[in-house]
Design a protein around this ligand. Structure first.
Ligand code: SAH
Length: 346
């Protein structure tokens, strides 16, 4: 919860912790609820009308309450908005708002930079800087809504960073966003995406959180996956399959598999057959195919549309549930970490 700041992020505190704090400060218990609700609305100290000035003063001295500022905002013709935020310590992360027929989805970051090293991903090219605290993840949801004037009805943890590598803060974020009196978003409205860190998948299975788990697979061929995703060197496809199968058995929730189609790397008929067989072995699941977003740091190219179609049809004929994802925001820097990298110039 502490992040790297001397001071705790007040927005990282859960209702019962705020309750304890109010008691400690000689305040009535109901103050905790009042405060929690203001924090979730993104209200600044001056706007918290029913909180006594003395208490605000005490909290302001001891805790951090920060509104991230917008460094850059990109609007796509398809309605997708990308925001680059400046954090309290000068670091930056990205969030995105995507509009679908059923409402708006916020895609938020969980770390500054990323240590996973995926060959096709811009988030990792400058390396890992630090974890976000739970409040900083929540702030992206709150302020993306306020900056765009839209109601966020779904959240995906698919921005910069690897959520499973920041497990405790991500779990705290989930409790915070779910808690009544705050943002109040149901677990079923949340997706978490991992590059396949099995310890995290196993822990999540034990907790039986009702969110949607996405696993970035990108290849069911060991050598190909290992080259694309260095984090996969430590985890074989077989081991990953076991964790995914057990996750499904324990929670009854189907996993989504992300598969970025890369020209002549993972898009052949035999790649599709390997994928179908792997997914079956993992207890089933849903495959999301997306054409790779080109990034300047890599020569990897997206598969042609016709290849994606053929791959999807083949998967379907092999009994795998598959969706070809529309690419949103292709006229802006939509791929993970692209905007942060360009603007910070590292
Ligand atoms: N670290 C997590 C979540 C962040 S990435 C994970 O790996 O799942 C969110 C998704 O975007 C992942 O599926 C990732 O593999 C994918 N992705 C990253 N760069 C991409 C690119 N250039 N084109 C298509 N998908 C990309």
């Amino acid at each position: 919860m502490r992040g790297t700041s001397e001071r705790l992020n007040l927005r990282s505190m859960e209702p019962e912790e705020l309750m304890g704090l109010m008691k400690e400060l000689g305040q009535p218990g109901f103050r905790a609820g009042q405060l929690f609700s203001w924090l979730a609305k993104g209200t600044e100290w001056t706007g918290m009308k029913n909180i006594p000035a003395v208490l605000k003063g005490r909290l302001e001295e001891e805790y951090r309450l920060y509104r991230p500022t917008v460094i850059e905002k990109q609007d796509s013709a398809d309605g997708t908005v990308k925001l680059l935020w400046k954090l309290w310590d000068g670091q930056s992360v990205e969030s995105m708002l995507m509009e679908y027929g059923y409402g708006c989805t916020a895609c938020v970051s969980t770390q500054v930079g990323c240590a996973m090293g995926c060959a096709f991903c811009a988030s990792t090219k400058g390396g890992f800087v630090r974890d976000l605290d739970a409040g900083e993840i929540l702030e992206q949801v709150i302020f993306t809504g306020l900056e765009t004037g839209k109601t966020v009805s779904r959240v995906v943890l698919m921005g910069i960073g690897e959520p499973m590598a920041n497990f405790d803060e991500v779990m705290r974020f989930l409790r915070l966003i779910n808690a009544p009196g705050g943002v109040g978003l149901g677990m079923r409205k949340i997706s978490l995406s991992t590059c396949g860190l099995v310890d995290g998948i196993d822990k999540l299975a034990m907790l039986n959180v009702q969110l949607t788990l996405s696993v970035s697979l990108h290849s069911a061929v060991q050598e190909v996956r290992r080259d694309l995703m260095p984090a996969a060197r430590a985890v074989s496809l077989e081991r990953l399959q076991r964790s995914c199968r057990e996750y499904f058995e324990k929670t009854g929730r189907r996993i989504s598999y992300e598969y970025a189609m890369i020209d002549r790397v993972n898009d052949s008929d035999s790649d599709a057959r390997a994928l179908a067989s792997w997914v079956r072995g993992a207890g089933g699941g849903h495959v999301n195919l997306i054409r790779l977003n080109r990034i300047s740091e890599s020569s990897l190219q997206p598969s042609p549309e016709s290849r994606v179609r053929r791959f999807a049809d083949l998967l379907q004929s092999l009994g795998v549930a598959v969706t070809v994802r529309r690419r949103l925001g292709t006229d802006i820097d939509a791929a993970c970490g692209q905007l942060r990298r360009k603007t910070d110039g590292f």
